[in-house]
Every structure is written in structure tokens, then in C-alpha cells.
Design a protein around this ligand. Structure first.
Ligand SMILES: C[S@@+](CC[C@H](N)C(=O)[O-])C[C@H]1O[C@@H](n2cnc3c(N)ncnc32)[C@H](O)[C@@H]1O
Length: 384
């Protein structure tokens, strides 16, 4: 069975056996239901049943932590937390089961892509950051995998299928909607940049970078990540599609690239998975790597200052249950101040919300999307 209705097949994404696929699709549907049908309704539960008493007791509007704590006590909120945790665990177990069954075939296929295009440089001596030594997304071993899978490409293959899970294809046919949308935004806002060298930090399986290579075919495109299993899969995936991407296992806090060697450095949903100590180092590294006039941006979920307290409180499940503990800290960070501290000029910082290409092409009003909000938030700076 394949999942052609929501995700395009490619040589590293193999159809699953019918029973496995049915199980995966079931949890996909449960996650979609919880995220896009049930969750929006919880706002009115909060506004009608919780907010008035809470506000009166506090003598002011509650903040995100107080709202989250109250929702966890309420039957409807507790039910959602329990069900969503179950769908996360079961969904990723279902995807992992598909990939485990396919692993010998995927390893064979990766060998066949071993000559590129592109390249893969691993560093077995790399010290993995402590903040990633966690079962992130309730996935055993997080991005590195467990002892028995660390030397394979298992977590990368799980990521490719899992990214689509619960989103019914909103990520794009090749999980490339973010890449296509962000690259189109760069072209529109910085028409003269014409990047010759592009770097993505925390690229995982390179699904965003393949779209950047498509948008900027003359550019040399690099992706770094600390997780070897993701990079192995990402390299095989890009090479099997004939897309030239250079992957290397490096920590974004300090890389081995030369000063001023990139025109464009970016990340997508990387920073909230790092730490308060790592973020300033990553911004300083971006500043070092850019040539004058080069552009840095980091795309993630919107900062808290873009949201009302109830919307902010929705990140609580991810931070407290889904093992993404820095979520609360990162979205509260004053990003522009941190950019300035890293060497960027205050008047060269920016924020933007590029629209999802997939929704535009499908003729769907972005405001109607419940999964991505129809837009990709980003913040960044131009190097003076
Ligand atoms: C949520 S994934 C984002 C993947 C991808 N950019 C996307 O849009 O789906 C975060 C990735 O960042 C990597 N990562 C976290 N901290 C890192 C660091 N300090 N240096 C390099 N990669 C890092 C993780 O291994 C993981 O693959």
C-alpha cells in the first residue's frame, strides 16, 4: 500500500504492507482529528468555563502557564492531553514498525545512491549536545536512535514518514512545502541576493534543502545536523532524487566552514529544540559564516509576543509531555536583542510570515488551514 494521496513516493520512501499502512493511517487520522477538530473547540471551553473564575481569583488576566495548568485540571483538557499523548506514541510506533520492516531494503537503496550527486561527511567524534539526549517527540533515542539503530538510517526514514503523519499532506508532496515557500520568499524579498552558497542548520533529512536547490539550482547547498542516522538517510534521499546537497555532521554552535563563506544561512524548527546557552552561540555562528550583505533567518512557530495567552498555552503539551523542554524558553526569547548581541545591526533585523505555497497552489485560503496556520513565521537579520 502507498500513501500517494498525501505524500509522493521516491526511492527512499517505499510503500508499506497493507496492515502496517492501515495502522499508520488510523493514527494519522486520530492525530488530525485531535489537532484540527477537537483542539480548536477547547478555546471556548477555556473562555466559558475557566477564564472568568481564574481571572477573578488572580485579579488579572492569566498568563500562559496559569492557563495551561488550569486546562490540565479540566476534564476536557485532561482528555485531550491523554489522547494526544497516545496518538503521538502509537503514531510513531506505527511508522517505526513500517521502517523497521523495510530497513534492509532502504540500506540497499542507500548504498546504490552512495556516489551522489552531493556528499555525506560524518564525524564519529562529534560530541552530541546534552539537550538532544532525550526521547524527543516521545521517540526512543530521539534523532540519534537507540544503540541498535544508531549506525543505520532508521531515524531519518521514520522522520520522512512521520513528518506527514497527522498533517494529511500539509507539509507538501515531498515534505517540501516549507522549503518551497521559504525559498520563494527569499527570491521575492531579496531579488539581488542570488545566493551562491546556502547553509541549513539542523537540516535532519534535507527535505527543505532539496527545495532550496530546486529554487536556486546554481547554488552550492549545504546541510548540517548532529544526527548521523538522519544525515545518512537525507543524503540517500536527495541523491536518489538526483538533487545535489552536501550533508555534514556538525554542531550549529560551531562549524568548520570559513568566515564569510555563505550568502544565506537559515534554520527551520531547529532552535526550540536547543537550549538557552546554544541559541546565542548559533546566532553568533550565523554572523561569522555570512558574507557582508548575506541573510540569516530562522523559521519556527511564532514567538509568544505574536500570540494571545491562550494560544501561547497550547505549546504546553509539547514542552511538558512531548519532550521538547526548551519550547517555553525559546518562544519567550527577545530574538531581535539576541541578533544584536550576536553582531547584527538592530535596523537590519526583520520578521516575516511567508504564505504556504501548497495552500496557494491548491487554491485554499491560508486562514482556513488548521495545521500550519497557512504561514511560516520567521525572524532574521541581514549582515551589514
Ligand atoms: C525538528 S528537527 C528540524 C528538521 C528540519 N529542519 C525540518 O524542518 O523538519 C531539528 C533538527 O535539528 C538537529 N539539531 C538540534 N540541535 C542541533 C545543533 N546544535 N546542531 C546541529 N543540528 C542540531 C536535530 O538533530 C534535528 O535533526
Amino acid at each position: 500500500m502507498d500513501r500517494r494521496a498525501i505524500q509522493s513516493l521516491h526511492p527512499m520512501l517505499v510503500p508499506a504492507q497493507t496492515g502496517d499502512y492501515a495502522r499508520e493511517l488510523f493514527w494519522d487520522s486520530v492525530t488530525m482529528y485531535l489537532e484540527s477538530e477537537v483542539r480548536p473547540g477547547l478555546r471556548s471551553v477555556y473562555e466559558k468555563e475557566i477564564q472568568p473564575d481564574l481571572k477573578q481569583a488572580l485579579g488579572r488576566e492569566p498568563d500562559r502557564k496559569e492557563i495551561a495548568a488550569a486546562m490540565r485540571q479540566h476534564d476536557a483538557g485532561r482528555w485531550w492531553y491523554l489522547q494526544r499523548t497516545e496518538s503521538q506514541r502509537e503514531g510513531s510506533d506505527a511508522t517505526r514498525a513500517v521502517v523497521e520492516r523495510q530497513l534492509p531494503l532502504l540500506i540497499e537503496r542507500a548504498k546504490a545512491s552512495g556516489n551522489g550527486p552531493g556528499s555525506l561527511t560524518l564525524n564519529p567524534d562529534l560530541v552530541l549536545p546534552a539537550y538532544l539526549d532525550i526521547d524527543i517527540h516521545l521517540q526512543k533515542g530521539g534523532y540519534y536512535g537507540t544503540a541498535d539503530s544508531r549506525d543505520t538510517l532508521l531515524t531519518g526514514a521514520v522522520y520522512d514518514r512521520g513528518l506527514t503523519l497527522g498533517r494529511m499532506g500539509a507539509q507538501g508532496w515531498l515534505n517540501d512545502d516549507a522549503g518551497l515557500s521559504l525559498a520563494a520568499w527569499v527570491k521575492e524579498i531579496y531579488p539581488d541576493l542570488k545566493p551562491k552558497r546556502i547553509l541549513e542548520m539542523g537540516c535532519t533529512i534535507g527535505h527543505t534543502l532539496t527545495a532550496f536547490k530546486q529554487a536556486f539550482p546554481d547554488a552550492e547547498v549545504h546541510g548540517i545536523d548532529v544526527a548521523a542516522p538522519a544525515l545518512r538517510y537525507g543524503f540517500a534521499r536527495a541523491a536518489s532524487m538526483g538533487v545535489e546537497v552536501h550533508f555534514s555532521q556538525q554542531n550549529a554552535e560551531h562549524t568548520n566552514f570559513a568566515d564569510g563563506s555563505f550568502d544565506l544561512v537559515f534554520s527551520r524548527i531547529l532552535l526550540h529544540e536547543t537550549s538557552a546557552e546554544a541559541v546565542p552561540k548559533i546566532f553568533a555562528e550565523c554572523h561569522r559564516l555570512l558574507r557582508p550583505g548575506g541573510v540569516m533567518f530562522h523559521s519556527d512557530a511564532p514567538q509568544f509576543d505574536e500570540l494571545d495567552p491562550y494560544a501561547q498555552s497550547l505549546r504546553d503539551w509539547d514542552a511538558t509531555v512531548n519532550n521538547e523542554p526548551f519550547m517555553d524558553g525559546y518562544y519567550a526569547m527577545p530574538l531581535e536583542q539576541a541578533f544584536v548581541a550576536a553582531g547584527f545591526a538592530a535596523d537590519k533585523t526583520f520578521r516575516a510570515k511567508p504564505v504556504s505555497r501548497r495552500l496557494v497552489e491548491a487554491g485554499i485560503d491560508p486562514k482556513r488551514s488548521r495545521t500550519t496556520g497557512g504561514r511560516y513565521f520567521l525572524a532574521g537579520a541581514v549582515k551589514a
